[in-house]
Design a protein around this ligand. Structure first.
Ligand SMILES: [Zn+2]
Length: 100
């Protein structure tokens, strides 16, 4: 009894904030000193930033390809390389306007 309370006070009174977090890049658990830390290290921070930039580019070009494909496919059968989900997604975009 009382130990928990002292333990609690110790943490409240300590000036350093220690927050257990999971690195967004490597998914390791680490102790963050600020509540805004997202990475266990600068290395992960930089790597994730790079990865995000690359993903964004891929997503952008992916979208372009999909839009082009949609425009081509709208007058044809959905191509076989499209998954059912992708095909129905494309169909949903165009069925509203271009239902035969
Ligand atoms: Zn990390």
């Amino acid at each position: 009894m009382g130990t928990d309370c002292r333990y609690f006070n110790y943490h409240i009174m300590s000036s350093n904030i220690a927050v257990k977090r999971i690195c967004e890049f490597c998914l390791n658990t680490f102790i963050a000193r600020t509540t805004v830390t997202h990475y266990c290290s600068l290395k992960c921070n930089r790597r994730h930033a790079k990865q995000k930039a690359r993903d964004l580019k891929i997503k952008a070009s992916d979208l372009e390809v999909k839009q082009t494909a949609a425009l081509i496919e709208v007058n044809k059968q959905p191509a076989e390389f499209l998954s059912v989900r992708e095909a129905s997604k494309l169909l949903n975009i165009f069925t509203g306007k271009r239902r035969k």
